[in-house]
Design a protein around this ligand. Structure first.
Ligand code: GLY
Length: 429
């Protein structure tokens, strides 16, 4: 048996040498990053990694160590990639005091950039010198795509009609046809420029084409900025059921240019604010107070956006696939979706959610919701057609059995996820 003290000293010596080698390796990783940046190459190069691993594994003499060595190398290469991603992020970020960067760490890490007039620099923080498919809707001003038009190698447009009806299988199929016929590869990219409908449709196409290609999301409605563009939910509607076919697919980056809200109709702005208010009621009393009290919320809209994104970031980082906490974001949606479907197209999604929240809250919280509805001139609550609402809820994907998870707010930030029967839900209406 060797002396433990001597053995430890030898390990210390080896570790010392490894520190040096580690530093040398990281310096080389930086060189590789600079080369890749110069030549527009992606950081992740699977072939090169496999080749390094198998070449070095052959050098291992004691085969007992082999699987540990492989694990060690994989970790080392991941560390090196992380460092290169970090260099890339710093490199791509334009220096501007108004620009906020929120880093999201779910099944994939990505940044959300929030700033004013940042679309003009779109190419500075994305990689679009390749084939680009830009999905947008007829109402989105083309000027927002100027920098994309100028900098992409080859640009294809797919323009949909505004509205939920466009989130259909025909548009999905047409987008896939466009990509296939124009030989899009996994190295190319899909960009969504628009509201939640555009983001959901484009994201779903990006997530399934060749099992997933790069995806940048540029939300231009408040609702998409504070909610739907974050957390990776993408979907289309099918057989009359909202979001029934979809995936969880994180974007490579979300770019929020607050100036795009200038062309958003007030009604849509306030409907989007309802989703921010929903998150504020569940998680952030200060934000709820700001939304309720600010005499001119548009002046503080950047604060609303950043705070809402931070809430959503925390939720999706904890529960990406909605097995627990993320369900809270469905607060107001069970009855809200039903109202939206029945009243469509007279009511906007956010407006319906605000009404839906009234059926999922204590009296104390309902008071706050009614203040919100009055302040932002949302449609007022009216007598519901119980039968129609329940018919819709039974048809909705979230209630395949006779019980549903229902989010209930006892007081601001004090929520409960209750598993209730449909009969219990009907009694609440
Ligand atoms: N909009 C709810 C969610 O992303 O989970």
């Amino acid at each position: 048996m060797k002396d433990i003290k001597e053995t430890r000293e030898r390990i210390n010596e080896i570790d010392k040498k490894m520190v040096k080698l580690f530093e040398e390796r990281m310096a080389e990783a930086k060189e590789v990053f600079l080369y890749k940046r110069e030549n527009n190459l992606p950081i992740f190069d699977k072939e090169r990694e496999d080749e390094v691993l198998s070449r070095n594994s052959e050098l291992i003499e004691n085969k007992e160590y082999l699987k540990y060595y492989e694990e060690f190398m994989e970790n080392l290469m991941n560390t090196s990639k992380k460092y290169q991603e970090e260099l890339k992020r710093i490199d791509e970020t334009p220096r501007s005091s108004s620009l906020k960067i929120i880093h999201v760490n779910t099944d994939k890490e990505y940044d959300i950039l929030v700033g004013k007039n940042i679309l003009k620099n779109f190419d500075k923080f994305t990689h679009i010198n390749r084939k680009v498919l830009l999905v947008t809707d007829e109402n989105i001003p083309r000027k927002y795509a100027k920098s994309i038009e100028k900098e992409s190698k080859e640009l294809f447009y797919y323009v949909i009609k505004p509205g939920e009806k466009s989130k259909n299988i025909d548009n999905y199929k047409a987008i896939l046809e466009l990509m296939t016929n124009n030989h899009f590869s996994r190295k190319d990219v899909v960009i969504a420029l628009g509201g939640g409908v555009v983001g959901d449709l484009a994201g779903f196409a990006a997530s399934t084409y060749m099992r997933g290609i790069d995806f940048y999301n540029i939300p231009t409605s408040l609702l998409a900025m504070v909610d739907s563009s974050i957390g990776g939910k993408c979907a289309i509607d099918f057989l009359g059921i909202k979001n029934i076919v979809g995936s969880f697919y994180q974007p490579n980056k979300v770019i929020i240019d607050i100036d795009t809200l200038k062309t958003l109709p007030k009604r849509e702005l306030y409907a989007g604010l309802a989703e921010a208010f929903k998150m504020a009621l569940c998680f952030d009393k200060e934000l709820a107070a700001l939304i309720l009290r600010d005499p001119n919320i548009i002046d503080n809209i950047d604060k609303v956006i950043v705070s809402s994104i931070n809430i959503k970031k925390r939720v999706v980082e904890e529960d990406t696939y909605e097995s627990g906490l993320r369900k809270v974001l469905n607060y107001g949606h069970t009855v809200g979706h039903a109202i939206e479907a029945i009243e469509s197209p007279k009511i906007l999604h956010g407006e319906a959610v605000a009404l839906g929240m009234l059926y999922a809250s204590s009296k104390e919280v309902c008071k706050l919701i009614n203040l919100f509805i009055a302040k932002y001139s949302l449609p007022k609550p009216k007598e519901l057609d119980k039968q129609k609402i329940m018919e819709f809820i039974r048809h909705d994907k979230k209630s395949s059995q006779d019980r549903i998870d229902f989010i209930y707010l006892n007081s601001a930030t004090n929520f409960e996820i209750k598993n209730i029967t449909l009969k219990e839900l009907e009694d609440r209406l």
